[in-house]
Design a protein around this ligand. Structure first.
Ligand code: G3H
Ligand code: 13P
Ligand code: ZN
Length: 341
């Protein structure tokens, strides 16, 4: 099956009342773990490369890993998405690489840290929609800012300081025409999200419901959705790591978000934790090991298992065979028709 677009995969998810996990990938083992999990659960899946993944892996490697995934797993509807682009030029180059979806994160200025104003966000996002839609490529944006703590991504500080305003979201979607919108509801990127188990005072899941009611045709995206499993943190610390006491977003809160209209759930940190826990354990228990294939195999298995858990929790499992992919030309024609109406 050729790559599919985010728009199609999330339209189908909306019909089925489930969400689709978007997993960050930077190397061979992460690509393999995520698509293997999709095969195991018969799930559609979104692979996403962040701005930093691009130079880390190199564009040619990313492109060919993406093509290898499509060739090896022809039964899986697979979206290749640019995560958190800081400028239209990065979206443009992702489209040239063959990605079927891009996120223009205009909630922040080009430095990826400073909160941007609404007009800047509308302007850069609109520019990306005008470039992507004629080619059939889907566009995600972000409104409100999702802090990031240890990775320097996002505004940092209090994650509740810049929640998405529902009325502003309506104006934003009308003026940009995006397919999907990342909303700030109290979560943040990275391993250190909360000091205590987050409840309704911290995570404003009802806000997601309010935005969904106002924008039923725009697919809502939950960023910062790692649950930071305690067993992985404990395993890392047992084998020489030093992860401080921390909480992520509990899976049941994500499931509540899905009932309130979330269709794309972004997960990076949990896969990093699974990778790190497996490598630390393997090397601690086999100090004589020097063959990277041995510990990377352990890491790949752990990442696959973690991804399977998410795919089952999000409801995407079992939906891989529900639909045939719509070509980019067909998606482009649809956008063109809706622009003329
Ligand atoms: O949005 C944040 C993702 O976890 C990507 O992280 O920029 O370190 O690749 P990264
Ligand atoms: P986590 O850091 O919670 O995995 O969030 C990832 C993300 O939102 C990528 O865009
Ligand atoms: Zn994100």
């Amino acid at each position: 099956m050729p790559l599919v677009t985010l728009r199609q995969v999330l339209d189908e998810a909306a019909l089925g009342g489930y969400a689709v996990g978007a997993f960050n990938v930077n190397n061979l083992e992460q690509f393999q773990a995520v698509v293997e999990a999709a095969r195991e659960t018969r799930a559609p899946v979104i692979l996403q490369a962040s701005r930093k993944a691009r130079p880390y892996a190199g564009d040619a490697f990313l492109r060919h890993l993406m093509l290898a995934a499509v060739e090896t797993y022809p039964e899986i509807p697979l979206v290749m998405h640019q995560d958190h682009a800081n400028a239209p030029a990065l979206c443009q180059s992702a489209i040239e690489l063959g990605f079927t979806s891009v996120m223009m994160d205009g909630s922040l200025r080009e430095d990826g840290k400073t909160p941007a104003d609404f007009e800047y966000n509308v302007r850069v996002t609109r520019q990306v929609v005008e470039m992507a839609h004629p080619r059939g490529v889907s566009v995600e944006a972000e409104l409100g800012t999702i802090g990031g703590i240890e990775d320097g991504q996002g505004a940092g500080g209090d994650p509740r300081a810049h929640l998405t305003d529902p009325d502003q979201a309506v104006e934003f979607v009308q003026r940009t025409g995006v397919d999907a919108l990342g909303v700030a509801f109290g979560a943040s990127h990275g391993a250190y999200k909360f000091r205590h188990k987050p409840g309704q005072d911290v995570l404003d899941i009802e806000l997601i419901g309010t935005i969904h009611q106002k924008l039923p045709d725009t697919h809502l995206v939950m960023h910062g959705s790692s649950s930071v499993p305690r067993d992985l943190v404990e395993s890392i610390n047992r084998h020489g790591g030093q992860i401080r006491e921390t909480w992520g977003v509990p899976l049941e809160e994500i499931q509540r978000g899905i009932r309130y209209g979330v269709r794309k759930v972004n997960v990076d940190t949990d896969i990093r934790l699974a990778f790190t826990a497996a490598v630390r354990k393997f090397l601690a228990e086999s100090p004589e090991a020097i063959d990277p294939r041995e510990y990377l195999e352990a890491a790949r298995t752990a990442m696959r298992q973690e991804t399977v858990t998410h795919m089952r929790a999000f409801g995407q499992a079992g939906h891989a065979g529900d639909y045939a992919p719509l070509p980019l030309e067909e998606m482009a024609a649809r956008y063109s028709r809706s622009r003329r109406r």
